[in-house]
Design a protein around this ligand. Structure first.
Ligand code: KG4
Ligand code: ZN
Length: 315
């Protein structure tokens, strides 16, 4: 990062997860050990800077898979100590929530952001880069998990979200109806949709064993429609309650074309100022971690050498 601009954003290949149909934690942390040095080297080369030009070393401290976090935290601390630089611990969810600040046209504070990823679904009010309040969140599965788990039932490879998005383009979103739990306030629940899809498929396959292959685009479009509408209903409610018209979406699921389009339509209807991250900043990326680090650097929020990673932590 140079101030709030990303000079490079290198991501290691995630192909290994496809082989297991999900993330196998031990395999993920072993891949981190193999990839971390080449990724840092490539990031420096691409940014055209050397280690002596750095001001601080940032790392993701929480939440996440503990084995993978451990690799990053210890590598970063070691590098910072050897260069005699401060280190900065970053919360992954704060990074997703602020990722729209990487856009050329960035939102002004305060803004409301709907963060939708494979592990989290949150509505957050951002008063400043370091003052975030969670307004609501999922009580069980995340929106990305709902895509991945229902996609798995349809026989799609992990992560199923991008493929469901693609197949949905050819499908009818109203072809089938799946139920989603109605939650109180600004909270979400996505675990019910996979059961609803499972029972529906079991029933249909008994009648027609080729039901899935004959209806794949319609199934994808209908599931996607159900998830997207549930997300936007709560976002609309949050904006109405808080009266803040700078509105963002972020996280892996914000790469979803239906969500992006429906969000823009809703924004135009209510005269919101809408913000969507560039595709490379939707799914997990290094630039958003660097961005939070930049703001923490300005606020002198440096990490202690005793800071340890945490698998579970909210903002
Ligand atoms: O933010 P992210 O990269 O990782 C986490 O922090 O979890 O999000 C990954 C999630 C996966 O569940 C993936 O299926 C979903 O984002 N995803 C999508 C799309 N691209 C990624 N879901 C729906 N449509 C997409 N185009
Ligand atoms: Zn993420």
């Amino acid at each position: 990062m140079k101030n709030n601009v990303a000079l490079s954003n290198i991501i290691a290949n995630q192909e290994i997860h496809k082989k297991y149909g999900g993330v196998l934690p031990e395999a993920a942390s072993r891949m981190h050990i193999i990839n971390i040095v080449p990724v840092v080297q490539e990031a420096l080369e691409k940014a055209n800077i050397n280690l002596n030009q750095l001001s601080a070393i940032a790392y993701t401290q929480s939440p996440g898979l503990i084995g993978s976090l451990l690799v990053g935290v210890h590598f970063a601390k070691g590098l910072a100590q050897s260069l005699q630089l401060p280190s900065i611990a970053v919360n992954h969810l704060q990074a997703h929530a602020l990722s729209n600040l990487l856009n050329n046209d960035a939102p002004a504070f305060p803004f409301i952001v709907l963060t939708v990823s494979g592990g989290h679904t949150q509505l957050i009010l951002c008063r400043s880069a370091v003052d975030l309040e969670v307004l609501g969140q999922t009580k069980d599965d995340a929106a990305g998990e709902a895509f991945d788990k229902t996609g798995k039932l349809l026989g799609l490879p992990y992560p199923a979200g991008p493929m469901m998005d693609k197949l949905s383009k050819e499908g009818n979103p109203k072809a089938f109806q799946f139920s989603i739990a109605k939650m109180e306030d600004l909270d979400f629940s996505f675990s019910g949709i996979k059961t609803s899809v499972l029972y529906f498929l079991q029933k249909q396959i008994k009648i027609n064993p080729s039901f899935i292959s004959e209806n794949l685009p319609d199934l994808c479009a209908s599931i996607q429609h159900c998830i997207v509408e549930a997300l936007l209903q709560k976002l609309e409610k949050a904006v109405e309650i808080y009266g803040i018209k700078n509105v963002c979406i972020a996280g892996g699921v914000s790469a979803n074309n239906a969500l992006r389009t429906r969000f823009e339509t809703l924004g135009a209807k209510h005269q919101w100022k809408t913000f969507i991250p560039a595709f490379q900043y939707c799914t997990d990326n290094a630039a958003m971690i660097g961005l939070v680090a930049y703001y923490k650097f300005l606020n002198k929020q440096f990490a202690d050498w005793n800071t340890i990673p945490s698998a579970r932590a909210t903002i």
